[in-house]
Design a protein around this ligand. Structure first.
Ligand SMILES: NC(=O)c1ccc[n+]([C@@H]2O[C@H](COP(=O)([O-])OP(=O)(O)OC[C@H]3O[C@@H](n4cnc5c(N)ncnc54)[C@H](O)[C@@H]3O)[C@@H](O)[C@H]2O)c1
Ligand SMILES: [Zn+2]
Ligand SMILES: [Zn+2]
Length: 368
């Protein structure tokens, strides 16, 4: 079928919305009609050429939500009409990682996905007979996409898809960092560095875990106001002496749990240093620039602090994304506050501009 999609032709150049050919879903795959898709930093990171593993041409987009239109052979977990959130981090439920509660890093299709192919090593996208590679296994800046069923989370049909799409990436990452990776205990003190989509999700996750104090740190007063709305009990504007200020506010010890959601390695270090001696856990969510390293004085670790990394919040997507959506529908998570702009697919580059200007938290492409 013919579809319209935003193609990354050349790094550093605007995306080009154009007509492509999308083939039928094969064994284990489903055809999804996109209804909404968030515009995320990872799309921009790849579009800019900064991502060393990036490739072009490709159809970007990974925060999608839509409706299953058709399924290939052997597909059992979704049927046409199901509402789904796309998962760049799939869950096959069979590999050694899927069967272990300690990780969400499914091994089933990693290699092909990283190269831009569906699990059988081919693409469904093409232009004039030339294959076009998929991005993050999702390619959701498009009217339709074909994806493996193991990368589709079936969600309640009551959930508006222009809200549900945010659970495809940043929001689930933040929620999961608090709930899965850190397993925040009731009554504890949490510090969240960064109040973008991921940090605000972490604030909400700490609240859902019944943390006692949730301190959010950011450079932007507007974003700190949003953090209050998600449950932050205190907010601090970032300064160079932020670690000392946090230690002072936590009886000289630091926090039980700290979260880094900025991508800045200096802030990652602050997250480690402001974790409490004895048991403080620093959870790192940010993606650092190529070649950057995290500098930690070992004394901080010997005296009982721990560091954990969190990819997609440790969320096993097919199981947990539907649960998050249910909590949103139950009124436990305020997703509306994150959707700042609605755009047409043709305005996808505007989404990048808004992101670079830090105008709002998320622009969502509306395919209606
Ligand atoms: N681990 C994962 O699976 C995963 C998933 C999605 C995004 N990410 C990464 O998480 C990070 C955050 O993503 P986002 O979408 O929330 O980004 P964002 O740019 O919207 O938010 C980052 C926030 O950090 C703040 N900030 C910058 N410098 C700061 C400082 N010195 N102290 C305190 N705050 C500071 C900014 O003001 C901004 O509000 C990025 O690095 C992104 O690549 C990781
Ligand atoms: Zn993303
Ligand atoms: Zn797996």
């Amino acid at each position: 079928m013919k579809i319209r999609a935003a193609v990354l032709e050349q790094f550093g150049a605007p995306l080009e919305v154009q007509e492509l050919e999308l083939a039928e879903p094969r064994t284990g795959e489903a055809l999804v009609r996109l209804v909404a898709c968030g515009v995320c930093h990872t799309d921009l990171y790849t579009a800019s050429g900064a991502d060393p593993s990036g490739y072009a041409p490709t159809v970007l987009g990974h925060e999608g939500a839509g409706v299953v239109e058709a399924v290939g052979e052997g597909v059992t977990s979704v049927v046409p009409g199901d509402h789904v959130v796309t998962l760049f981090s799939p869950q096959c439920r069979e590999c050694v990682h899927c069967r272990d509660a300690r990780t969400n890093l499914c091994l089933a299709i990693r290699e092909q996905q990283n190269l831009g192919y569906l699990p059988d090593g081919t693409t469904r996208l093409s232009r004039d007979g030339e294959p076009i590679r998929h991005f993050m296994g999702t390619s959701t800046f498009a009217e339709y996409t074909v994806m493996p069923e193991i990368a589709l989370a079936k969600v309640d049909r009551e959930a508006p898809l222009d809200r549900a799409c945010l659970f495809a990436c940043g929001l689930s990452t933040g929620l999961g960092a608090a709930i899965n990776t850190a397993k925040v205990e009731p009554g504890s003190t949490c510090i969240v560095f960064g109040a973008g989509m991921v940090g605000l999700g972490a604030v909400a996750g700490c609240r859902l875990q019944n943390a006692g104090r949730i301190v959010c740190v950011d450079l932007s007063p507007e974003r700190l106001a949003l953090a209050r709305g998600q449950g932050a009990t205190e907010t601090l504007e970032a300064t160079d002496d932020i670690v000392a200020r946090i230690v002072e506010r936590t009886d000289g010890f630091g926090a039980d749990y700290t979260f880094e959601a900025t991508g800045n390695v200096g802030v990652m270090r602050q997250a480690v240093e402001s974790a409490r001696m004895g048991w403080g856990l620093a959870t790192i969510c940010g993606v650092a620039g190529k070649g950057e390293t995290l500098d930690v004085v070992p004394r901080f670790l010997i005296t009982g602090r721990r560091v954990a990394g969190s990819s997609f919040g440790g969320v096993k997507g097919r199981d947990q994304v539907p649960q998050f959506v249910d909590r949103y529908l139950a009124g436990d998570i305020d997703v509306d506050a994150f959707v700042s702009h609605k755009l047409a697919l043709d305005d996808v580059n505007r989404g990048f501009e808004l992101m670079e200007a830090q105008d709002g938290i998320r622009s969502v492409i509306d395919f209606a």
